[in-house]
Design a protein around this ligand. Sequence first.
Ligand code: MV4
Length: 654
Amino acid sequence: MFNKILIANRGEIACRVMETARKLGVKTVAVYSDADAGAKHVAMADQAVHIGGAAPSESYLKGDVIIAAALETGAQGIHPGYGFLSENPEFVDAVEAAGLVFIGPSADAIRKMGLKDAAKVLMEEAGVPVVPGYHGANQDGAFLAAEADKIGYPVLIKAVAGGGGKGMRLVEDPAEFADALASAQGEATTAFGNADVLIEKYVTQPRHVEVQVFGDGTHAVHLFERDCSLQRRHQKVIEEAPAPGMSAEVRAAMGQAGVRAAEAIGYKGAGTVEFIVDGSDGLRADGFWFMEMNTRLQVEHPVTEAITGVDLVEWQLRVASGDPLPKSQDELSITGHSFEARIYAEDVPKGFLPATGTLTHLGFPEGARFDSGVRQGDTISPWYDPMIAKLVVHGATRAIALAKLETALRHTDVGGTVTNVSFLSLLAAQEDFVKGDVDTGLIARHLDALAAAPVACTKARSVAALTALGLMDAPDGAPEAAFVMWSPLTQTVHLSHNEEDIEVRVTVLGTGEYRVDLGDVQHRVHFSGSAWFVDQTKVKARTSYVGDELTVFWGNGYVFHVVDPLDRASDEAAGGNVIAAPMPGLVKAIFAEAGQEVKEGDRLAILEAMKMEHSLLAARDGVVAEVLAHAGDQVQEGAALIQLVEEDEAEAAA
Ligand code: MV4
């Protein structure tokens, strides 16, 4: 076994690899960019080496700098994770030339699977079923059109260098073939610098089923299949293992095909053989075809780990350090069912727009595996994939695992950024998915229903209003003395939710007892110190309130913004009345208290953001009216930290 390895990656996969390395007594070296100096993977590692700028091309893609870091720190092997350099054969060559071990397949195996047409020829020779079609060298338009006629319409034109659907065109009618060919070739040239295409019979209602394989360079075993049909624009959303509806016969046929594919290229380490499956009439032993092989550990590997009990990273480290395959095919079996849901910082109603933000709140429930590269307080930066976590559940049956998935999603609390958790929850409850009736078009067919922003009911709005007024901070829900003594018995709070303005009137009825008036609807709310009761019904809501953002974690999760009329007025008045956070960050210190006189330029607060400390200065002479933040607070951009007395008020007083 290695003494020390370097992980040439970041985020959850770097953390995942380090977990297993630690379990095996292997020391770890992290690498990091400017944007990741404070990242979880750096904190977890025994050693960490800074490798450059935030852009991947200046850090995580710099093979030579990473190899130098491994040599300097005495690492013996490099684990590439997924993405970045994981399938780059030149990097593998360079790692080996430096006398280090690449924890993965040979450069030769990666190259053999790199080009689709060559890979298809190899697979055909190895007895792996490939989609009927033409994948030869002749790229003449008339010739390809004749091949398409032979195959029979509809056909799919694919770039040989392609992936993720780029350079792919569906042609349903021979009259459209020439135009589609030209457009596929154009896109392929732009994207890959290679115009070559292949033509395939179009599989209607396809399912994406992939086989996990593991090789020692000569022999391979398979660890069964995963179904990854739930995709949106070629991005996987929920994966599961085993595939719903799979029979022992088809499983054996697909597994053997996966093993033949791996052995045909002398595969070493963890790999995935992707098949396209015709799902129009159940799964059949003659109804699956090789698509491509991914020569790396995949994002969704945990569902395979859950059903087989195998730690795939442990296998990677053992085989790369010279051990034989840890188990034979006979020793591998499936127990239960597993799902993985990818939790992202993204704005689903706005077309799945990637989001950024500081995770002011991050709560993962017990009873599920969460692989995550971020902690509460960490920032999702615009530089990398905005994944927050992979949620992985396992149960004795598919129905049990699915129920666990829904429960875990309901208790996944993320504050400080928008997420796709509601989308995942709606998908987990989608009728066809629940039945196991999946195909790659499922999400697109139901997108409107799945992507709708969850609209908070009046109960959730009541919880938000009481939270905004600070009524749940008090011990046992008793209103703080100040509230009772100085505040009117009825207070009004303004919230905004999905661009809707909401006015809520809250009346104190007694200790922890409120009447909440939402216009048409009234609720009687009781807060017991740990639980909410709305009209005598227990509401298992949790809340997070940072800056002006208030999230009620209940149902699918509801985001509110608390509109402070005072803030708004002073913002508009400008004139330096408010010292506000210029960017999201952590308040390190406040040097002001109410009543204090300040001079223009006095340092009133320090904000830590983007790994730097920023002094926030008084914009004019004045008197502090109110301090609105404390050292240790995570604040949003624009959050008011210190309020000065209005100038005309001060004059009036003078
Ligand atoms: C296909 C297909 C139907 N017939 N090939 C999409 C990306 C690339 N990896 C292969 N893809 C497809 N190839 C034939 N002959 C349908 C798709 C496809 C797809 C495949 C797997 C997962 C999701 C998909 C979504 C749309 C289309």
